[in-house]
Design a protein around this ligand. Structure first.
Ligand SMILES: [Zn+2]
Length: 349
């Protein structure tokens, strides 16, 4: 089985974006603020938006299942206040849940949180609870910088975030550490801000003792871990200077990396440097990089090809990357798949 642990609903019907634009207008002009109930998207529209996009490509590439979360760049936690984020997160999470109900064999939902700059992350807990208990979400996306590129929140190691971690531990769900749109002109959203955040999150964990407080907390750092695997020697050296344990013991029971690296040498480096138990297959399809690589003739984000071609991986390692590690890091996914294997469901054709 091939599990893609990083997919967003980037192809939602246009009505969603239109509603969001009205909501953004309503921030300045409360009389124009739409109600959540003004947004109507039919099951047929959802089906069409998935069948012609993500599901078509999954079938082309031989991917079985995607962990599916709301479009990351649209989370835009920096816009409006908690109520704005709360309504928006509820709408986006419900759509991903509906997709998972329409295509239960292919999509399992992961939640965005209604974060807002300067607001206590504990306010996100009701939405987190709803998504886990009612929608069967197996993980969350946690934005370490709800300000959108200005980094006004404390580091992930700060007690500020502990209420969310306590809930994650209670429900045994991991968080993908995933920022949203950059509103800082210095940082391109997907080319700089995303990768900066991946690297920053790792270093925040390295300098802290967060995982002594939460030994079972799990973070998935996307986009191949940003600059982390490439600079692994620097991070090992910094940990040594800081008198921290070896990274293997200090961080690698809790931090995992995905394979959203869009060329063979990058995947080869990831698979050489990072232990295979810490690598989860992902493509972030359909995402930031949608074109075909003229050097290979294949889509940049067709990451399965790189895993298959990585000479340092054997079949056991590939099986862990494609399936085993995701089932270990997302225990609720594992439980769901086991329950389904015992009592198969039929996906409507
Ligand atoms: Zn993403």
């Amino acid at each position: 089985m091939i599990i893609d642990c990083h997919g967003h609903y980037t192809t939602a019907p246009k009505a969603l974006e239109d509603w969001r634009n009205r909501q953004i207008k309503g921030i300045a002009d409360p009389a124009a603020m739409p109600n959540a109930s003004d947004l109507r998207i039919s099951d047929d529209e959802l089906r069409e938006s998935i069948e012609s996009n993500q599901l078509r490509l999954m079938k082309d590439r031989g991917l079985d299942l995607t962990l599916f979360s709301p479009r990351a760049s649209f989370m835009a936690h920096h816009l409006g206040d908690f109520n704005v984020s709360s309504t928006w997160a509820a709408i986006c999470n419900e759509l991903c849940y509906r997709v998972s109900q329409l295509f239960p064999d292919h999509f399992v939902p992961v939640a965005m949180l209604p974060q807002s700059p300067g607001v206590d992350p504990a306010t996100c807990i009701p939405e987190l609870e709803r998504c886990v208990r009612e929608y069967g979400n197996v993980g969350i996306n946690l934005n370490p910088d709800p300000s959108g590129g200005h980094w006004t929140s404390p580091p992930l190691s700060d007690r500020h975030w502990y209420p969310v971690y306590e809930k994650m531990v209670e429900h045994d769900i991991p968080a993908m550490i995933h920022v949203s749109t950059s509103c800082n002109a210095c940082f391109h959203t997907t080319g700089a801000h995303y990768l900066n955040a991946d690297t920053t999150a790792f270093m925040q964990c390295l300098t802290s003792d967060l995982f002594e407080d939460f030994p079972t907390l799990r973070f998935l750092i996307p986009h191949g871990g940003g600059a982390v695997p490439y600079h692994w020697g620097r991070f090992r050296g910094l940990a040594q200077e800081l008198k921290k344990p070896l990274l293997q013991d200090h961080l690698l029971n809790n931090i995992f990396f995905d394979t959203c690296v869009y060329h063979q040498p990058g995947i080869d480096l990831l698979a050489t440097v990072i232990p295979v138990d810490n690598i989860l297959f992902a493509s972030e399809m359909i995402g930031a990089v949608r074109g075909i690589d003229p050097e290979t003739g294949h889509y940049f984000d067709d990451t399965r090809r790189y895993i298959e071609a990585a000479a340092m991986l054997n079949e056991t390692a590939r099986s862990k990357i494609f399936e085993g590690n995701a089932r270990r890091v997302f225990p609720r996914l594992d439980a769901l798949l086991k329950a389904r294997a015992a009592a198969p469901i039929t996906e409507p054709s």
